[in-house]
Design a protein around this ligand. Structure first.
Ligand SMILES: *[C@@H]1O[C@H](CO)[C@@H](O)[C@H](O)[C@H]1NC(C)=O
Ligand SMILES: *[C@@H]1O[C@H](CO)[C@@H](O)[C@H](O)[C@H]1NC(C)=O
Ligand SMILES: *[C@@H]1O[C@H](CO)[C@@H](O)[C@H](O)[C@H]1NC(C)=O
Length: 464
């Protein structure tokens, strides 16, 4: 057979099974969420894996994650994307909380916690097109407490009760059963969270279309709206086909996190409800959610989707790094609070809200807006970070970190776009450079830019 035909067959064969499966170790666990609440402490705790860079520069769509990142926690070293989920706590009968440690996926090496990432060809085959620079999506709804079968996203969020030794949850050789809620019994091998992102893109919008600026994303008060809005550019396939409105097949991203609940199992008194609770105060698990910010270098993801079918092994077209190297990439914690060990409340003081009604947002406690802008001495006495530690965001994203102790401009000056211009305890200038207006975000924080509106459900939202 002529070599061209061979090559064509090989490409075709692999294309119908595009698959990547790899580990990304923990980058950081803290109340910082550059996508939803840029430049401020977020309402609940997240884990973030992937590209490490200064989250406080915000998420300007022009930022090129491979350029601004200093390292990545993913075994494929050209993946500087960020993947983010809430984290799980154990609630002791005595009222104390402790974060549940994470275990890496099997056969992927001893990664420091983190997640297992899959990029899969959606059922139905055909060409898989890479996401584009600036693409983001969010699925799930942190306020949800009751599984809703008509909600597409809810149908793609599951848990698996793992059997001893990290088994897949079934009797030997058979798969286990997924649940929508956190498992109601102690799981000998821990609990695996399984999150499947939609794979049909409208081919136009990198982020929901009602983001006028398309740079800083959604403040947390909009959470109940986000999941709806994020679907505006993405859909799940119907009968394995992308709808005409969302015709571009992108990879199905599947995130697994294994919560190693085993050391808490003997602290679970028999007959009592599930003692685990997500960081937003969700003991049901149906409020689990995840964010994705695309950050593959160049055309690496497209090449991989065209050529690779790898369940944890090599993908010849991609560069890899050792597990040692991925574990070395970590981010300095900037939010000043304790999140590990026995705690008297969930970070941010999120109350446990079991539902069945939607949870309500509450005022955050501790570290509500302060964080160490440069990882320097606590108390914020250090000056603005040296230029070298700032991976030069584009000019449009130079929002100074809104730490209360470091006003973004002299008291007499005007605040730059995205800078802080108000909030409890804030003493800096309150006038924004033209054309931006000082906009109330919450009692602790007002920021230059955007317009405020109130959603139907009564949540305050900012449209940037
Ligand atoms: C709750 O129990 C844990 C485990 O025994 C213990 O370490 C913690 O101090 C207790 N908390 C309180 C408030 O008693
Ligand atoms: C369930 O989800 C559907 C689709 O998103 C939505 O229209 C409906 O209001 C939801 N039901 C409840 C009870 O939240
Ligand atoms: C909040 O801060 C107070 C005072 O420093 C501390 O006692 C409390 O444990 C903190 N709460 C949380 C949830 O971190």
């Amino acid at each position: 057979m002529p070599w061209k035909v061979l090559l064509g067959l090989a490409a075709l064969a692999s294309q119908t099974h595009a698959l990547l499966r790899f580990a990304c170790s923990q980058l950081v666990v803290e109340r910082f969420d550059p996508l939803v609440t840029p430049g401020m402490v977020s309402p609940h705790l997240h884990q973030i894996v992937g590209g490490g860079y200064r989250f406080d520069i915000g998420m300007n769509a022009n930022n090129d994650l491979p350029t601004i990142s200093t390292c990545t926690t993913c075994t494929y070293s050209e993946d500087f994307s960020n993947y983010r989920t809430a984290v799980l706590y154990f609630k002791h009968q005595n009222g104390s909380f402790q974060r549940v440690p994470q275990r890496p996926g099997e056969l992927l090496g001893a990664a420091n916690g983190g997640m297992t990432l899959y990029y899969m060809q959606p059922n139905g085959g055909g060409k898989v097109t890479s996401f584009k620079k600036g693409f983001r999506m969010i699925i799930g709804d942190p306020m949800l407490r009751t599984f809703n079968a008509s909600n597409e996203e809810s149908n793609h969020l599951n848990f698996r009760c793992l059997s001893a030794g990290g088994g897949n949850g079934g009797t030997s050789g058979t798969p286990g059963t997924d649940t929508r809620d956190l498992p109601a019994k102690a799981c000998a091998g821990g609990i695996r969270s399984e999150i499947v992102f939609p794979s049909c893109w409208d081919g136009v919008n990198l982020d929901p279309p009602d983001h006028k600026v398309g740079s800083l994303a959604r403040p947390f008060f909009c959470f109940p709206l986000i999941s709806m809005r994020s679907q505006s550019h993405m859909k799940y396939p119907v009968n394995d086909k992308c709808p005409a409105s969302h015709p571009v097949t992108v990879p199905t991203i599947f995130i697994e996190t294994i919560w190693d609940t085993t050391k808490f199992n003997d602290m679970w008194p028999s007959g009592t409800p599930n003692p685990f609770v997500y960081s937003m105060g969700d003991p049901t698990g149906v409020g689990q959610h995840a964010d994705y910010v695309f950050g593959w270098k160049g055309d690496a993801l497209q090449r991989a989707m065209d050529q690779c079918n790898s369940f944890g092994g090599a993908c010849a077209t991609l560069k890899t790094q050792s597990v040692d190297a991925i574990n070395k990439c970590t981010q300095k914690i900037r939010v000043r609070e304790t999140v590990e060990g026995w705690l008297s409340a969930l970070p941010g003081c999120n109350p446990v809200q079991p539902g069945p009604a939607r949870a309500t947002a509450v005022a955050s406690c501790n570290a509500t807006k302060d964080y160490d802008a440069d990882g320097g001495p606590k108390g914020g006495s250090s000056p603005a970070p040296p230029a070298t530690s700032n991976p030069s965001p584009p000019a449009t994203s130079t929002a100074a970190p809104p730490a209360s102790s470091t006003p973004t401009a002299p008291a007499s000056g005007q605040v730059a776009h995205y800078g802080q211009c108000g909030g409890t305890g804030y003493t800096g200038p309150t006038t924004c450079v033209s054309p931006y207006k000082c906009t109330f975000t919450n009692q602790y924080y007002s920021q230059c830019g955007g317009t405020r509106r109130t959603s139907k459900s009564g949540f305050a939202c900012i449209n940037w």
